[in-house]
Write a protein that binds this ligand. Structure first.
Ligand SMILES: C[S@@+](CC[C@H](N)C(=O)[O-])C[C@H]1O[C@@H](n2cnc3c(N)ncnc32)[C@H](O)[C@@H]1O
Length: 238
């Protein structure tokens, strides 16, 4: 019989507007779901877990453990609540901190990240915190340390799945990954809508050089190419 007592019923966590999932989040989950069997049993880590929804999706796909890191206390609170509510709390650990620091010396089978990597300086707009999507002038302020630290945190046979704007110098990412002996492939390329408000903040050089290449403008409407990139541990087929 359905529980009609509103006092007894557990209230579902509300959407936190500043942490609402984006098209980047959707594409990341789409690629993970396409090979859900590979998630089963994995020790999973997400850097920049935001709302916790990607970790929740990995929990539903059967990950053995879920570790999330975020610089924002509100993101840690939201992720903790979501994972508890969806009964993944027993296998979850959440850390407030910067990038790899909370997991120094540890390795994971699956590492996911939708890092702030839009080429702009941090600023609060669109109801988001300044730490949400700004990746500095070239968009690589977090992408570079992420890729540089990846080899030290991937378990043998492990892989990473990340979002990567096409206008953020994918060739540079290929170089960094190769230097660490890892392999890389583009698993999906899609278009994301870029609001006029966000476009106005894009580094002018990037906007100029990428227009018509990875940025498509139709009057007031702009779309940017975005890749979901998969990176595999040394010696692992990709
Ligand atoms: C684009 S959002 C992605 C959130 C979530 N993964 C999703 O897809 O919905 C980027 C996240 O990275 C977090 N972040 C920013 N700088 C960070 C840092 N130095 N270390 C860890 N997390 C960071 C932000 O607080 C934000 O939650």
């Amino acid at each position: 019989m359905p529980d009609s007592n509103p006092v007894m019923r557990r209230s579902a966590p509300a959407v936190v507007p500043a942490l609402r999932p984006s098209e980047y989040t959707s594409a990341l989950i789409q690629v993970l779901r396409a090979e859900a069997a590979r998630v089963g049993g994995a020790r999973a880590l997400e850097i920049g877990c935001g709302s916790g929804v990607v970790l929740a999706a990995l929990g539903t796909m059967g990950a053995a453990s879920l570790c999330g890191i975020d610089i924002e206390p509100d993101a840690i609170a939201a992720s903790t609540r979501l994972l508890d509510d969806l009964d993944h709390g027993a296998i979850a650990e959440l850390h407030q901190g910067d990038m790899w620091r909370p997991v120094a010396g540890r390795r994971f089978d699956l590492i996911v990240a939708n890092l702030p990597h839009f080429p702009m300086e941090p600023v609060e707009f669109g109801g988001r915190l300044p730490t949400w999507s700004a990746g500095g002038t070239d968009g690589r302020r977090l992408l570079d340390p992420f890729l540089e630290g990846l080899a030290d945190h991937l378990a043998p046979g492990g892989r990473a799945v990340i979002t990567h704007n096409a206008f953020d110098d994918l060739a540079r990412s290929r170089e960094l990954v190769a230097q660490s002996g890892l392999s890389i492939k583009v698993a999906l390329t899609t278009l994301v809508y870029i609001s006029p408000e966000k476009l106005a903040r894009m580094t002018a050089d990037v906007l100029r050089t990428e227009s018509g290449h990875t940025l498509y403008r139709h009057g007031p409407y702009t779309f940017g190419e975005m890749h979901i990139v998969e990176i595999a541990a040394a010696g692992t087929a990709i």
